[in-house]
Design a protein. Sequence first.
Length: 123
Amino acid sequence: MNKRRMSSYSRKTNETEVSVELDLNGNGSTEIDTKINFFNHMLKQLGKHSGFDLKVTAIGDLKTDDHHTVEDIGITLGESFNQALGDKKGIVRFADTIIPCAESLVRVVIDISGRPYLNSNLK
């Protein structure tokens, strides 16, 4: 696949201002600034281990809570992935993995079909 799958998306609300740049064909480089240290670390790991280039900047009402900042970054990331994937041709629609990580076991299941649920009337 030679097609570049990139996007840039921003979101501004009363509580936050978020900007995401994403390159799905990148090399895992990241620039993350959310003002939430642990969340910065997790987003850096996402870029590093996925091979995506990811730039996230966020300004949020952190004096009140981290909730709106994390939520709006998630929404903005989702929109960025949706844009970067385009027509989704040539990619695997769903996947799962289980990874041992320190003293925990992590399971990730993802489906990017765009369907919110399956309605099956099998008898």
